[in-house]
Design a protein around this ligand. Structure first.
Ligand code: NAD
Ligand code: LMR
Length: 328
């Protein structure tokens, strides 16, 4: 069992655009004593090279790697040795979108990738928290949670990473107001399902009501802004690595017995009949310890947006659950 400061963390897709800087940031966390880089033999950089590179940083973190053969069914199942004892598995493995694509266009290809990972973690590290960065988060998380539960495991260990929406909302509010911000972002992680609650933060409340719809839209479209500028060469990687590390560190703080709160997309009953929802979550010794309710004091705009996005998110959750039914 891990003691504070002795956590083992894996990054699946650790040689990719997000994976490399995410692995760097996690290796610098004093709570991480062992880091595992897992990627395919066709990755742009060999996982062993990423691990060797990181292993030269000062500090106590031991870095190891595992290379999986592409197109080999259940290749990750051979990851028993490296996955055993993991406390946290961060999963950016998957295809990023190209200009003109929606995140939901990635469902089949990326859920197939995530499935192998989640099944292997369920077998070799059933106590780990699994943080899914791979898109489409709105559907992949329900799908993987269903597989996890089918293995008899606790859904409070499966976390969809929506921290980048919070990071973006904070940045945009600070640019306007000059004040630090901590904007909760609820709902999901695609288009209109991304709902920043500017009303819930002192800096957010300084923004005039007539500027809120555009700012809200900017947070929703921020991923697409990056996809367009990268011009077919991927989506957000550096900001995502920063956000993923922020979430990863919060999970580890919770596991270390210091409950820590972040927004995340989890199995939930806080909003209507939606079975998954992003909201403020407290991480504790067992992963998701508390899911906070949607604040009662939403603005008129936020209330209307919540109502409008609910059927959209429902459809995307159902697509994930359908995927899980099809592969069970
Ligand atoms: P990338 O192509 O640069 O890296 C993905 C890595 O995953 C590659 O190294 C690839 O070899 C590896 N991989 C693929 N299949 C694998 C498998 N079965 N096992 C192990 N590794 C495997 O892509 P990226 O830019 O790092 O993006 C990764 C994912 O993250 C995409 O789906 C993207 O849409 C998503 N993303 C999510 C958010 C978010 O806010 N949640 C933000 C940005 C990107
Ligand atoms: C993001 O928000 O940057 C990610 O979901 C990647 C994307 O496809 O936009």
């Amino acid at each position: 069992m891990s003691t504070e400061g002795g956590f083992k963390v894996a990054v699946v897709g650790g040689a990719g655009g997000i994976g490399q800087p995410l692995a760097l940031l996690m290796s610098l966390d004093p709570k991480v004593s062992e880091l595992v880089i897992i990627d395919l033999n066709v990755a742009m950089v060999p996982a062993a090279g990423v691990a060797k590179d990181l292993s030269h940083l000062e500090g106590k973190c031991k870095v190891v790697s595992l290379t999986l053969e592409v197109n080999v069914d259940k290749a990750i199942d051979k990851a028993g040795d490296v996955l055993t004892g993991c406390d946290l598995v961060l999963v950016p493995a998957g295809m990023p979108r190209k200009p003109g694509q929606d995140r939901k266009d990635l469902l089949k290809v990326n859920a197939d990738i995530a499935k192998g990972t989640v099944e292997a973690v369920a077998k070799h590290a059933p106590k780990a928290v699994v943080a899914l960065i791979v898109n489409p988060v709105n559907s992949v998380v329900p799908a993987m949670c269903a597989l996890w539960e089918k293995a008899g495991l606790d859904p409070c260990k499966i976390v969809g990473v929506t921290t980048l929406d919070v990071v973006r909302a904070n940045k945009f509010v600070t640019e306007i107001t000059g004040k630090p911000a901590e904007i909760p972002v609820i709902g999901g992680h695609a288009g209109t399902t991304i709902l920043p609650l500017f009303s819930q933060d002192p800096a957010g409340r300084l923004i005039p009501a007539d500027q809120i719809p555009d700012l809200d839209r900017r947070v929703q479209d921020a991923g697409t802004e990056v996809v367009k500028e990268k011009n077919g060469k991927g989506s957000a990687t550096l900001s995502m690595a920063y956000a993923g590390a922020r979430l990863g560190k919060a999970v580890l703080m919770g596991l270390a017995g210091k409950p820590t709160t972040e927004c995340a997309y989890v199995k939930s009953s806080v909003h209507g009949d939606l079975s998954f929802f992003a909201s403020t979550v407290t991480f504790g010794r067992n992963g998701v310890e508390k899911i906070h309710p949607v604040p009662g004091s939403l603005s008129e705009h936020e209330r209307r947006r919540l109502e409008e996005m609910t059927p959209v998110l429902k459809e995307e959750i159902d697509a994930g659950l359908e995927y899980a039914k099809g592969v069970q």
